[in-house]
Design a protein around this ligand. Sequence first.
Ligand code: 2GW
Ligand code: MN
Length: 297
Amino acid sequence: ITVGANHPSYKNLIIIALLNGHSVMNFRYLIVYVMTIRMWDGSFNIDILNAQFHQRGVRIGLTVFAIKKYTVFLKIFIETAEKYFMVGHKVCYYVFTDRPQDIPSFSLGEGRTLNVIEVTSYKRWQDVTMRRMQIISENCLKRFIYEVDYLVCSDVDMMFAGHHGVEMLSDVFAAIHPGFFQASRKQFTHERRPESQGYIPEDEGDYYYTGCYFGGKVEEVYKVANFCHHAMMADKAKNMEALWHDESYLNRYFLYYKPTKLLSPEYVWNNYYGSPVYVKIKRFLHVDKDFEKIRSN
Ligand code: 2GW
Ligand code: MN
């Protein structure tokens, strides 16, 4: 959309943004702002949404990878998901792991199931995190499309701490990386080498999206994951790897295929960034990890 600063809708856009509690720094951001729906506390009526989604009998898949030592994160992840994630809806957890024997059993709420799927691990941690895209895309075709309507793809070193309901679902949704919510475009750590498939020009890029939480309809998640996997393979053939691995390719995908819903930092927060007033509810948190210990082989 191109709307000049003198256009009457310019004022309306600013008013909408301010009513939602945002400072308007840059008109370009503002346009993207109104194109995507942001989910903040108070911006949705969960009772109406729950009724609509129940009527449709919507099934939601949650994919998570616990490879090597990262199996330790699963307990808190699933236990807190049972408390907060899509409560009252049909939920299917998909746990991908190379250590199925290390996966504890969980007591799950009604209508909720957990599938453990064995996958092979990779030596390099960059491959462990990036290959998630390949595995997700393959399973979209093989399995998810037959079993669920929406998919939510998450890191495992996370815990739910507040309501995560159907308000977040959309054809494609993404979340802003908590460290870049207030950053300017110049500060975004996008991949800047034009030769890379993750390339985003200096004067482009709406947000810096996190790689740890995204999703949507199965057919849309397939497109996201398939793109990221192939972009990564094309770079690999040139002996390249984007700066932030899968996260960089994900950001590149969203540059030209924008998410239809944008989750506020309430939905992905990291206490490393403190407790700013705009995050009224911390719904999902990065778990502290001992990097040395957890990432060593
Ligand atoms: C091992 C060594 C170093 C880094 C990751 C791993 C590792 C990751 C592992 O041994 N086993 C494993 O299952 N993982 C999976 O990859 C797990 O699901 C984990 O949550 C995910 C991403 O790795 P993580 O959480 O350590 O990386 P973060 O929190 O720094 O993630 C951000 O950056 C990544 C790319 O570098 C991804 O884009 C991720 O989605 C981002 O949140
Ligand atoms: Mn993580």
